[in-house]
Design a binder for this molecule. Structure first.
Ligand code: NAI
Ligand code: ISE
Length: 335
């Protein structure tokens, strides 16, 4: 196969971003079919790439000219499409979260293992981001010793009115949940959420900011500030404090401007630009590996680990206590 013919389920913000990059920037992939429960979004996506519009996810999966599926619908709808793709034996890239419950993630893991070959890649694009890769190299190189603590911030300027307190975990912190265990090569054992004073900019009923604490098997403590109405920009921070030094992720580069008796450096305003290179590398890698017959990005098991950890954090949002995390060892299939 020299070209991967892709069907896309979900053509909202990131669905259209991925369709645009596959069509105009990357090589080896072509979007041939799209579907969305919102007809206008499907039409807008079709206008970007010329793909036909199918009635639903199953009709995309079962189209003979669709080699692989890209799922960018709403989290609770992901598992159904991914399971359809596995049933058809077709590779599938699924945006995070793999599913909105650990139980649904487990269904995907079980179905994939029963099929007997990896078909699923989860959209944890930070694993392709230069800043995190640089941190990983420094830490695994051993030059600054063993990690003891990790300090992170995930700040959005604002969020949609339908964003909920639980989404701070499932939609937002899920990126840190995935990237941090990969970065420090350790397993989470407990999760806690501490609720500070809520900002006046949060819509009524939304708890924002939240401070999330994860501890690992070896005793590393991680704090993640999730603040989705911070007003000033899109700001992702990560600093790893080790026995012999610290490593802080490089900031995206902008010119230093001197003006009005101040020195200013711009910030990104949303995820689309902040991680644009990571998304490009991620989707190109998915196309290449799928064409070569070997899906090799973040796995369904990674999606399951993230969901189990997210469940513990959500439980702690209610209890205020540190909640245990039990995932069990990764099946040999995923090692
Ligand atoms: P969105 O709301 O802009 O788009 C979602 C689209 O899916 C909508 O057009 C909606 O009508 C459609 N949809 C919902 N259920 C469907 C179904 N059953 N069948 C077909 N279409 C369906 O949301 P956005 O921001 O594009 O997010 C989509 C997914 O991508 C989410 O899971 C989100 O967490 C993830 N995401 C990942 C990012 C990353 O950094 N990796 C960034 C933004 C979103
Ligand atoms: C969004 O869904 C994403 O995945 C972005 O990467 C994240 O920064 C944002 O907080 C989420 O809402």
């Amino acid at each position: 196969m020299s070209e991967l013919r892709i069907g896309v389920v979900g053509t909202g913000a990131i669905g259209r971003e991925h369709i645009f990059r596959i069509t105009n920037k990357l090589v080896g992939g072509k979007v041939v079919a799209v579907t969305d429960i919102n007809e206008e979004n499907a039409k807008a996506a079709s206008a970007v790439c010329g793909a036909r519009i199918e009635k639903d996810s199953l009709s995309v999966v079962n189209s003979p000219d669709v080699d692989a599926l890209l799922v960018a619908s709403y989290g609770p709808a992901h598992a159904e499409s991914v399971l359809q793709a596995i049933a058809a034996g077709k590779p599938v890239f699924c945006e995070k979260p793999l599913a909105s419950t650990a139980a649904d993630c487990k269904k995907v893991v079980d179905a994939e293992m029963a099929f007997g070959k990896k078909l699923v890649q989860v959209g944890f694009m930070r694993r392709y981001d230069k800043g995190y890769l640089q941190l990983k190299n420094i830490i695994s190189g051993g030059g600054i010793g063993a990690p003891l603590m990790v300090h992170c911030a995930h700040r959005n300027a604002t969020v949609d009115p339908n964003y909920t307190t639980q989404m701070a975990v499932n939609d937002t912190a899920v990126h840190e949940i995935d990237i941090l265990h990969w970065l420090i090569d350790d397993q989470y054992v407990s999760a806690q959420v501490i609720i500070p004073k809520t900002t006046k900019y949060a819509r009524p009923g939304l708890t924002d900011p939240q401070l999330m604490i994860l501890t690992t098997e070896s005793g590393i403590v991680i704090d993640i500030e999730v603040f989705v109405n911070c007003q000033f920009g899109y700001d992702i921070q990560c600093e790893v404090c080790c026995e012999g030094g610290t490593a802080r992720m490089a900031e995206p580069s902008f010119p230093l401007v001197r003006k009005d008796a101040s020195r200013c450096v711009a910030l990104e305003t949303d995820w689309k630009q902040r991680f644009i290179e990571a998304y490009d590398v991620e989707i190109q890698d998915w196309i290449n590996s799928t064409l070569s017959g070997e899906v090799n990005g973040p796995t369904a098991w990674d999606g399951y680990l993230a969901a189990v950890t997210a469940d513990a954090l959500v439980k702690s949002q209610g209890s205020g206590r540190a909640e245990p995390i039990q995932t069990g060892a990764a099946p040999v299939f995923y090692k």
